[in-house]
Design a protein around this ligand. Sequence first.
Ligand SMILES: NC(=O)c1ccc[n+]([C@@H]2O[C@H](COP(=O)([O-])OP(=O)(O)OC[C@H]3O[C@@H](n4cnc5c(N)ncnc54)[C@H](O)[C@@H]3O)[C@@H](O)[C@H]2O)c1
Length: 274
Amino acid sequence: MTDRLKDKVAVITGAASGIGAGAARLFHAEGAMVVLADMQEGPGAAIARDLGARARFIRTDVTSEADIAAAVDLAVSAFGGLDIMVNNAGIVGAVGSIRETAREDWDRTLAVLLTGAFMGIKHAARVMVPRRRGSILSVASTAGVMGGLGPHAYTAAKHGVVGLTKSASSELAQHGVRVNAVAPGNTVTAMTAFVVTGDAADHEATRARIAAGSPLGIAGTPEDPAYGLLYLASDEARYVTGHTLLVDAGQTTGGTIPAFHNGPASVIGAPAVG
Ligand SMILES: NC(=O)c1ccc[n+]([C@@H]2O[C@H](COP(=O)([O-])OP(=O)(O)OC[C@H]3O[C@@H](n4cnc5c(N)ncnc54)[C@H](O)[C@@H]3O)[C@@H](O)[C@H]2O)c1
């Protein structure tokens, strides 16, 4: 490891599992002090214990503004500040036809995925703006840049995260604070395993299914979006703000391989007339 985040302090929500846990371990290995904020106390506290003195766990529900404020305040009291905020906690949320989606299921989904990110940006900015530095990150999704890749509420919320990233960056740039997002494609975690196989622990079958549909022929692991987060968190990205970095094996840009990519090379012009 290369100490890319040496002496930086990070709060990561949803850090007890999947992408958040991958980011917590990677940031820590790169020298950061990390606050793991999650509803799952057992696994979250276990990762913090495993990481040691430069890590803390705090039970956090990202739908509670007081909980998010407390996670940010813990970073300041335990480690002396906040340099990096990662709004990552997520659920799949409401699924099914839009005609049958219950209002409360819609609200709950947006509360976790979009309002949670809003409150994370708000409270990170509270600490970062007076210090005139910081990197705020949110984990969006390919479903935040295209329709048809996720359920309705999830898709709307993740598009909201991409929009809020641009909007917040346009205010906070003048204060030296950058705001970016990473949009993962299908990544092998408990969330996708449950969707793909019905069993949150069945990562092998999930990996095979994701790889089969991936333009690169491989399945994403939590480290893939975590490396994107690492870049955007680090000073290497000091000139980057308002950006959403796709980490999706080309799913949203290339998708399927058109037949003419692999045919004989020639030029198709206007058909000859006469
Ligand atoms: N796995 C993928 O393929 C994929 C793709 C695109 C985007 N994402 C996004 O990545 C993020 C992380 O998902 P993951 O795949 O690692 O899933 P995961 O289920 O492994 O982890 C999600 C974590 O969020 C926590 N969480 C859920 N609701 C919470 C709340 N209200 N307050 C605090 N913590 C809460 C869970 O306890 C869990 O530890 C999510 O925002 C998800 O939408 C995932």
